[in-house]
Design a binder for this molecule. Sequence first.
Ligand code: AHG
Ligand code: MN
Ligand code: MN
Length: 363
Amino acid sequence: MPLTHRSTLTQFLIEERRRFPGASGDFNALILDVALACKAIARAVALGELGGNSGDFAVEGGAINVQGETQKKLDVLSNEVFIRRTEWAGNLAGMASEEMEAPYQIPAQYPRGKYLLVFDPLDGSSNIDVNVSVGSIFSVLRVAKDVEDSGRDVVEADFLQSGARQVAAGYALYGPTTMLVLTVGDGVNGFTLDPTLGEFMLTHPKIRVPEDTHEFAINASNSRFWEAPVKRYVDECLAGKTGPRGKDFNTRWIASMVAEAHRILMRGGVFMYPRDTKDPSKPGRLRLLYEANPVGLLMEQAGGRASTGEKPMMSVQPTSLHQRIGLVFGSKNEVERIERYHAEPAQKVSIEPLFSPRSLFRD
Ligand code: AHG
Ligand code: MN
Ligand code: MN
């Protein structure tokens, strides 16, 4: 494919920057460093067993991250790649990652900058050893002015900003092709890695999520722990053409949120990992700062919606770095419906056929 009619990621970022004549270029430099990290991770993922990076990360006593989950070698490697590719350039005040309990401080030999980078270096890592798509997902925040001016070490509180304050968010998907999907607050654009050039090329400009869908994704093995509004929504979808929705639905579950988000950006759908009663110490499975917030901004920027079920994800004030939260995102009309179900007073479920969900809950 000749290089005549597509933008590279670099060209795209430079053209975007022209909208802000005073911009320093730090932001673009940061995104390009993140993109390079993603290219390096894509290569490690693609080599699989040949790269010597499959399997669990083995250290004495086992390697359990702050989430209480076993780390894969590729989780640890990807985290390292994100750090090394971005820490040196003077654009960051600090970082936070799924794989690190505390905020990461920019080493003393490097200048500090005005952005915070928050990331899940490898999402869906249970899929690595079975050769199914995984991804990286990240969020960029501005650090408070006093931190920028003083260059002091960052603390957890510096990261506790609502999703609405994100400057940028994106993910890389390591699938049949490697893609980088990015928002800098002006829509969502998708880039495909041309492996021969080593460049991300703009292939999916101005991505929009269809407002309606007949596809939903949820881990149904948790159904006995779901709250009533989620149960109701899923039951109605499963009832299909003859149920209250009057149409048949499809289900999907990849167990890799980035891959699910990508499918939804491409063709619509709804994804739910709702709050449930499985483990009362965990209000949801996914993490607010580096999973729910970046995916939320991407959805909203593409005309979709992201929610806790009760309120817009972008409005949630975080209370801790690794906070978990119930997450629903995707096609706008479906997410709004799920929010409506949460807002309505609990329905009395009766065994009488007359009051079965099919009739009682009919639109
Ligand atoms: P991670 O690999 O970063 O821990 O995240 C995995 C997440 C998410 O990507 C996916 O949607 C979900 O966990 C899968 O959960 P189940 O194993 O409960 O299906
Ligand atoms: Mn994850
Ligand atoms: Mn992860």
